[in-house]
Ligand binder design. Structure first.
Ligand code: ATP
Ligand code: MG
Ligand code: MG
Length: 348
């Protein structure tokens, strides 16, 4: 069978490898860090940096198609790899989602609603942005943030200098604080034939900036639910996207507000492993391998709970319940580290 190259060897790469294997496909993981979780289940692993031209070249030559499990891949590596194999999702999706300023501008350009935002290259720009947008607000680094890292809350305009210092010189954007009632996400997929399939939106609960739990069905009216799916489809089509994408939305009385997009399988889509015939990982592999998309309809209500850091101490208790347990094989437990997740099925 064909070999799929995956940039990144974390839990998402691991679950993509398992799904590929079930379809008779091989995976080759490229990961700079030692003993990646995906390494144990992939057919091949390259441990090398994204500056290693020889390693990247050998990787690119060994695979039929390239995908990724995280969006912060250096541009130089992509320039080299795209000469050797097709990359899905494509460069436009990556460039758009790597930078919060580009991302929010793109979303507004599609006619979608985002939080009010402004570019903050320096302290003068932050003062102007706070005057225009007002407080409360959130200052976020444009690049590389995840799990709430690289962002700081601004309660009043007086917090400006402290918040600016928190960015440590990194280019940032200011976002107006959205008074949402809750957060939902749509996991959408688009195939090479342009067909689109979205999973039922999930409702997300965060704790300390990290996803704690996703529940389906989400608390949404029928029209909000179809709005959410239409928003995701519009984004997928505009990017001529191939693969699975996560679209995070805030629910407000005025409508849905797009927070951010992730050009990959998404933590809030892990429930699909036990709630759907075709989970997000298989759907992504199908799309990037040029297969038709599979049936993503939901056959149960599900709650997905992340096992973060010391939650692992509860593992023995979970094992006695009917929950489906998914562990990532990470040797070392660290605070805030995602170690696994459990899916609970209701009304199966
Ligand atoms: P992820 O791990 O999802 O990639 P991230 O670090 O990229 O997270 P965001 O998703 O932008 O960060 O923000 C993290 C959380 O902070 C959001 O899920 C939401 O709860 C809150 N948040 C972010 N932006 C805003 C906003 N403009 N107004 C209100 N709350 C916000
Ligand atoms: Mg993010
Ligand atoms: Mg987010």
């Amino acid at each position: 069978g064909a070999t799929i190259g995956i940039l990144g060897g974390g839990q998402l790469g691991r679950m993509l490898s398992v799904a590929a294997s079930r379809l008779g496909l091989k995976t080759h993981i490229y990961e700079p860090g030692a003993s990646p979780p995906a390494g144990e289940v992939a057919h091949r692993v390259t441990t090398a940096s994204y500056d290693d031209v020889a390693a990247l070249t050998a990787f690119g030559q060994s695979v039929d198609v390239i995908t990724y499990e995280f969006e912060n891949i250096p541009t130089s590596a992509l320039d080299l790899l795209e000469q050797l194999a097709p990359i899905h999702p494509g460069r436009q999706a990556l460039a758009t989602s790597q930078d919060r300023l580009t991302e929010k501008s793109f979303l507004q350009g599609l006619g979608l609603t985002t939080a009010p935002f402004a570019d903050v290259p320096d302290m003068a720009a932050l003062e102007a942005a706070l005057a225009a947008i007002g407080a409360p607000a959130i200052l976020k680094t444009r690049r590389m943030g995840y799990d709430g890292k690289g962002q700081t809350r601004i309660k009043t305009a007086d917090d400006g200098p402290r918040a600016f210092a928190d960015m440590a010189g990194a280019p940032a954007i200011l976002e107006g604080f959205v008074n949402f009632s809750h957060e939902v996400s749509v996991i959408g997929a688009r195939g090479q034939d342009g067909s689109v399939a979205c999973y039922d939106p999930g409702e997300n609960l965060h704790q300390d900036g990290i996803l704690r739990m996703t529940k389906v069905p989400a608390k949404l009216t029928a029209s909000q639910r179809s709005d959410a799916v239409l928003i995701a489809a519009r984004i997928l089509n505009a990017l001529d996207y191939v693969g699975v994408m996560g679209v995070e939305l805030f629910v407000t009385p005025e409508g849905l507000i797009v927070n951010e997009i992730a050009p990959r399988v998404h933590n809030s889509g892990h429930w699909t492993q036990n709630g759907c015939t075709i989970c997000q990982f298989e759907q992504h592999i199908r799309a990037v391998a040029g297969w038709p998309l599979g049936d993503g309809s939901r056959h149960a209500d599900v709650t997905m709970e992340n096992l973060i850091g010391d939650d692992m101490a509860k593992l023995a208790d979970y094992a006695k319940t009917d929950a489906a347990i998914h562990l990532y094989g990470k040797a070392e437990v660290k605070p805030g580290r995602k170690m696994g997740h459990v899916n609970r099925i209701f009304r199966a």
